[in-house]
Design a protein around this ligand. Structure first.
Ligand SMILES: *[C@@H]1O[C@H](CO)[C@@H](O)[C@H](O)[C@H]1NC(C)=O
Ligand SMILES: *[C@@H]1O[C@H](CO)[C@@H](O)[C@H](O)[C@H]1NC(C)=O
Ligand SMILES: *[C@@H]1O[C@H](CO)[C@@H](O)[C@H](O)[C@H]1NC(C)=O
Ligand SMILES: *[C@@H]1O[C@H](CO)[C@@H](O)[C@H](O)[C@H]1NC(C)=O
Ligand SMILES: *[C@@H]1O[C@H](CO)[C@@H](O)[C@H](O)[C@H]1NC(C)=O
Ligand SMILES: *[C@@H]1O[C@H](CO)[C@@H](O)[C@H](O)[C@H]1NC(C)=O
Length: 543
């Protein structure tokens, strides 16, 4: 309503501007699409030629069929008109940037509606050309040329490093931007050349080129990185082997240089000898010894002044243990133990006997059978472990410590025990046949038991023998079926003695008639047995 009013008051006072896309169809409205509401007799589209002369395009009468193309240039094929009198121009070019005027003829009036047409084109995605293959530290180098092609109006090209826009500072960053126009299409290509003085930190820097245009979002190139060349300023000698170095180790030395590309040749100065390696930065010392301890250096292959040194210290551990191997000693004797060590550092010494830990070095002043065992002495020092050992055997001819007898609870048999010592393990023989033989042998101590049923009074011997000697001891046994008197023998307890007293009293009553003399004799006999017990005698025969 307002617009119509305004057109009536101030016709064609404001010029409309429309933007079209290059190559697309331009639609130029006539009086904002309201032209047909005026019921015109004729609508005519025309334009201003460059020289100001008007050029006719087409006319449209009342009858929809009545469209006449008047143009003779390219508009002849490209122009058409819509039902609401908008002008359509196919395949927009930059030549179409001009003012088109719609003339509306009604019975009462003639009005003109000029429209300014702009044609825009978005540039192609950016391309980086003539990229540098490498940059030299501190030297201004042409890094590349970024081109934004076929734009209208011209695009803006910017360079960024790690996402931050680069600005020309006339020294380390120089950016030259040139626009060129294609004479055929009139489209612009923008080229931006970046010259850049890299620093070492730019090894990982990502360079991008971004094209900005009023049509559509920014277009950014793939990030580019460049290798930066710079000379070596420092070398560092690295001892690659980890942990303390010990005799026999292979020690690898590595010479690290901070230049890029890395140097291809290095010198390794090994004490007074010089080794040059090419296409490698390492040198390995094979099987070092304590004599390898000292100062090592490395330098650049072509510059001995750039060098670094490290001290290498090779640790060593010499140990000896006396005695060693298989050691046989006689019980009661002595065995001196000597440990010697020579090392580059502090050594920890520990002992085990038969895998059990000892809290100190063993001392053998008076050898016991229990000293027999495998003795291991372990030496440890940073990174080095050694051990030495000896196997000690304590031996001795047998001795019999005791021989005892015990009456079984049921009074039917006796258990004889022979306790002997000796090593190697003595074998035991009895002079009586027994059963239920039991034997244990611990730390040279042998306990041998048999069960016997003595049928007559006898002396029984226990014989213990090994290859070093023989020991014999005997014990007197009284017959079990001898009127049960034997029950009070040896270790048999008081209970049995009381029982015997009871039996004796019974016998005495039963034998009361036998007479006083016999009774006296009986009493004396029992007292004698009571007091003296069994006679034991020992005998030891050595070799
Ligand atoms: C517009 O351009 C297309 C391809 O570029 C072509 O095929 C077509 O004939 C053109 N139309 C006119 C009217 O010139
Ligand atoms: C040292 O290097 C030699 C030769 O490469 C190899 O035979 C040897 O096993 C290495 N010695 C050690 C302790 O790694
Ligand atoms: C190596 O040791 C020697 C003697 O102790 C010393 O003079 C020298 O400075 C040391 N070198 C390094 C690189 O530590
Ligand atoms: C210990 O070893 C070093 C180096 O081999 C040697 O010089 C020194 O004489 C040795 N000392 C003894 C006590 O064996
Ligand atoms: C022990 O028994 C064996 C066979 O059983 C026999 O030959 C031997 O005479 C017996 N010895 C004694 C002392 O009884
Ligand atoms: C056995 O010895 C006891 C006492 O020493 C004696 O009284 C007894 O007569 C002896 N018996 C035999 C069968 O010799």
């Amino acid at each position: 309503m307002f617009k119509i009013l305004c057109i009536f008051c101030v016709p064609a006072s404001s010029m409309d501007v429309i933007s079209a896309l290059y190559g697309e169809t331009i639609e130029v409205p006539c009086n904002n699409g309201a032209a047909m509401s005026e019921d015109p007799q004729l609508v005519k589209w025309k334009y201003d030629e460059d020289d100001g002369t008007p050029g006719a395009i087409l006319t449209k009468g009342r009858d929809p069929e009545e469209v006449k193309i008047q143009a003779t240039n390219s508009y002849k094929d490209r122009a058409s008109i819509t039902g609401d009198a908008s002008l359509l121009i196919a395949n927009a070019t930059l030549d179409d940037e001009k003012t088109f005027t719609c003339m509306v003829v009604t019975s009462a009036d003639i009005k003109e509606y000029p429209v300014n047409v702009e044609v825009h084109k978005r540039p192609l995605p950016p391309q980086i050309k003539d990229q540098a293959t490498e940059l030299e530290n501190g030297k201004l180098t042409a890094l590349g040329e970024c081109i934004a092609q076929d734009a209208h109006p011209p695009a803006e090209v910017i360079w960024s490093k790690n996402g931050v826009q680069l600005a020309d500072d006339g020294k380390t960053i120089i950016i030259e931007t040139v626009d060129t126009e294609d004479p055929a299409t009139g489209l612009s290509s923008t080229s931006s050349k970046l010259q850049y003085a890299a620093v070492k930190a730019d090894v990982d820097s990502e360079f991008t080129c971004t094209v900005k245009h009023r049509l559509g979002p920014d277009q950014t190139s793939e990030p580019q990185t460049f290798s930066i060349h710079y000379p070596t300023e420092r070398v560092e000698l690295e001892v690659v082997s980890k942990g303390p170095i010990k005799e026999g180790d292979n020690v690898t030395l590595k010479c690290n240089a901070d230049g890029n590309p890395p140097p291809t040749s290095f010198n390794f100065l090994l004490k007074d000898q010089k080794e040059t390696v090419v296409d490698s930065d390492t040198y390995t010392l094979l099987g070092v010894t304590r004599d390898s301890t000292g100062e090592y250096k490395c330098s650049l292959g072509d510059d001995d002044n750039l060098q670094d040194a490290k001290n290498i210290s090779v640790s060593f551990l010499d140990v000896s243990l006396d005695p060693s191997g298989m050691i046989v000693r006689t019980v009661g004797g002595s065995l001196p133990v000597m440990v010697q060590k020579n090392s580059s550092g502090e050594v920890k010494v520990s002992w085990t006997k038969d895998n059990g830990k000892l809290d100190k070095q063993p001392k053998f002043d008076n050898l016991k059978y229990s000293d027999t065992g495998l003795y291991v002495c372990q030496f440890s020092m940073a990174g080095i472990k050694q051990s030495r050992s000896f196997q000690l055997t304590v031996q001795g001819q047998p001795t019999i410590k005791s021989i005892t007898k015990i009456l079984s609870n049921d009074g039917q048999h006796k258990v004889l025990t022979c306790e002997a010592e000796g090593s190697p393990k003595p074998s035991v023989q009895w002079s009586i046949n027994g059963t239920n033989e039991q034997s244990s042998y611990i730390d040279g101590k042998l306990t041998h038991k048999i069960t016997v049923v003595p049928t007559l009074n006898q002396t029984v011997t226990c014989t213990a023998s090994n290859e070093l000697g023989v020991a014999i001891k005997d014990i007197t046994l009284t017959s079990l079926n001898w009127e049960n008197n034997d029950n009070r023998e040896g270790d048999d307890g008081d209970d049995q003695a009381k029982l015997i007293v009871g039996i004796v009293i019974g016998l005495i009553l039963a034998a009361a008639v036998v007479g006083l003399v016999y009774w006296v004799y009986m009493k004396k006999s029992k007292q004698g047995s009571w007091k003296t017990g069994e006679k034991e005698s020992g005998d030891l025969r050595g070799e």
